[in-house]
Design a protein around this ligand. Structure first.
Ligand SMILES: Nc1nc2c(ncn2[C@@H]2O[C@H](COP(=O)(O)OP(=O)(O)OP(=O)(O)O)[C@@H](O)[C@H]2O)c(=O)[nH]1
Ligand SMILES: [Mg+2]
Length: 541
């Protein structure tokens, strides 16, 4: 026929399928990709034009986890010529560049001497052993990070931030890549070739999680998952997952679950069996696999039928909480103690600063500050004292992040809006990490979205202790504010001074406003009480 013929045979030599096609077009077993066991099938096909195994042959071998792939050259007289054979190499093979081992061409009779079955079972044995030792060692999900660079200036930073998010979620990052793509491919964003590369990477690094820095549509996530066999998450899911891990208290739990369900809903519809697989790939991190954790004890409810019920239940509950909160808010009278809200990007050091300001180092009053993103989810208030002002209240708030998922902003809106009750915002910026200005701008944008961008604010350039003095000077010139270290206490007294000053100015302004309002009222009163000539139409008697 002078066409390529492919035959798929199982380990007992039975023919499973025959196709007139090359390895790429051949009917291949429907294996669960990403699985480390071999599929148990051997693909044998002809190369009528001669020549060794092609790239397509080898990627079929790899992606379908075939026992082996072989190409038989066809001589002009129609008899079999040289046979080219390859099988996979064990994962994590040191020093081996390729995912496969290609044997030198052999004649059919030499081939008969070759113990392929023995080779394959030895290979499988090795794969299983490597798997067992790794499983024993592995206590965190191993992840590969991908950030697509479309020419943004902060692509590197975004990748670094994605790494921090992944770490906070409990993943171990084994590989990260910034992939430049001016134009995104509609289905898989980065294209099939790149995905194949990443699949190979995952095989060798024993990674089971692929995390994208971009938001993925439901169909995209599914397509990438199908192509790689890996569990695929995007940045938003990662953030939601962290929120779920850290949520404490009734309101934050409701908020997080609501945000998760809203985001997951389109992803659950039509996902079919994929989800049972994700749910089942039990991660060992606390509370289940990354991407499936729910707030507190509850696991994210994956039953599609119940999502809508649950959504309306949560919305209702949250509304009730909001009403109660609003009542509390009204009863709190305005000219009580001045309130200073500490805002800023996540991990900037807000909680640490609150602790430093309120001498709350004593355990019971200390708020949680740690090197994790979104350590604080619930606003916390502590009383402090400012020279010249007297007692003040400091409020620690949820950290912000650029491109905050909209479902989260919506769910947390009530909590975030409470920041607006403050008299002064204290914006904490971590100047020790690159991209301080981008983070500062992201926070400003969110404040503006919340309609509280106009509140008087003071900037604190934190972590000055681990910042290059030159960089610190630059940032001070650009952002203004006071350089501090919440850790060492450096600059804190100056910051207090600036805060007092701002509050005093505010008081003066308020008094002025009150004074002029009072005068206005008096003018009106005076105008009303001035005896005016009797109107002519008044009674005549
Ligand atoms: N070197 C140094 N580290 C600091 C300083 N302030 C805070 N940190 C560290 O930064 C990390 C984050 O601090 P947190 O106070 O939890 O930050 P946060 O802004 O409350 O973060 P979230 O609540 O997660 O948004 C912790 O590991 C702190 O120890 C500082 O002045 N210098
Ligand atoms: Mg905090």
């Amino acid at each position: 026929m002078r066409r390529e013929i492919s035959v798929l045979i199982d380990r007992r030599g039975r023919v499973i399928s025959v196709s007139v096609a090359d390895a790429k077009g051949a009917e291949l077993p429907n294996v669960r990709k990403g699985e480390t066991r071999l599929s148990g099938f051997h693909l044998l096909h002809t190369h009528p034009k001669g020549g060794g195994l092609s790239k397509a042959d080898l990627s079929a071998l790899f992606l379908s986890r075939l026992d082996a792939v072989a190409a038989i050259e066809v001589r002009p007289d129609g008899l079999p010529g040289n046979v080219h054979l390859a099988h996979l190499t064990p994962p994590g093979t040191v020093g081996e560049e390729e995912d496969w081992r290609v044997y030198p061409p052999a004649t059919p009779s030499e081939m008969e001497q070759f113990d392929l079955a023995g080779q394959v079972s030895a290979l499988e044995e090795e794969i299983a052993r490597a798997q067992r030792t790794r499983e024993a060692k592995k206590d965190r999900e191993r992840a590969i990070l991908v950030q697509i660079d479309q020419g943004e200036v902060d692509a590197e930073e975004r990748l670094a931030e994605l790494g921090e998010l992944a770490r906070t979620a409990g993943a171990e990052v084994v590989y990260r890549e910034l992939i430049f793509r001016r134009h995104l491919k509609p289905g898989t964003l980065i294209g099939a070739g790149k995905l194949e590369e990443l699949t190979s990477r995952a095989y060798h690094e024993d990674a089971d999680l692929l995390i994208f820095g971009q938001e993925l549509g439901a169909a995209q996530a599914r397509e990438i998952e199908e192509a790689t066999g890996l569990k695929v998450l995007d940045r938003t899911q990662l953030i939601l997952d962290i929120f779920a891990l850290h949520a404490q208290g009734v309101e934050s739990r409701l908020q997080v679950e609501l945000a998760q369900l809203r985001y997951m809903k389109p992803r659950l519809l039509g996902a079919g069996t994929r989800l049972s697989r994700i749910g089942a790939s039990g991660g060992s991190a606390a509370g289940g696999a990354i991407g499936t954790r729910g707030p507190g004890e509850t696991k994210l409810e994956l039953d599609r039928r119940r999502i809508n019920d649950r959504l309306s239940f949560l919305e209702h509950q949250l509304k009730e909480v909001a009403v109660r909160r609003e009542e509390r808010r009204k009863t709190r009278s305005r000219n009580d103690v001045p309130v200073i809200s500490i805002v800023g990007y996540t991990n900037a050091g807000k909680s640490t600063l609150l602790n430093a300001f309120t001498h709350a180092a004593e355990e019971p009053r200390k708020v949680l500050a740690e090197n994790k993103l979104f350590a604080t989810l619930r606003p916390t208030s502590r009383q402090g004292f400012l020279e010249g002002i007297g007692p003040v209240v400091y409020t620690d708030t949820v950290g912000f992040i650029r491109d905050l998922p909209t479902d989260l902003t919506r769910a947390f809106r009530a909590t975030l809006e409470e920041i607006g009750d403050a008299d002064v915002l204290l914006h904490v910026v971590d100047v020790s990490a690159p991209g301080a200005e981008a983070r500062y701008a992201a926070v400003q944008r969110i404040l503006k979205d919340l309609d509280i961008g106009e509140l008087p604010s003071v900037v604190a350039l934190n972590k000055a202790d681990q910042t290059d003095p030159e960089v610190l000077e630059q940032e001070r010139a650009r952002l203004g504010g006071v350089a501090i270290s919440a850790h060492s206490g450096e600059g804190l007294s100056q910051l207090r001074h600036v805060l007092s000053q701002t509050l005093e100015d505010l008081q003066v302004k308020r008094e002025d406003a009150e004074e002029s309002a009072r005068r206005e009222r008096e003018n009106v009163k005076a105008a009303l009480s001035t005896p005016s000539p009797k109107p002519r139409w008044a009674g005549t008697d």
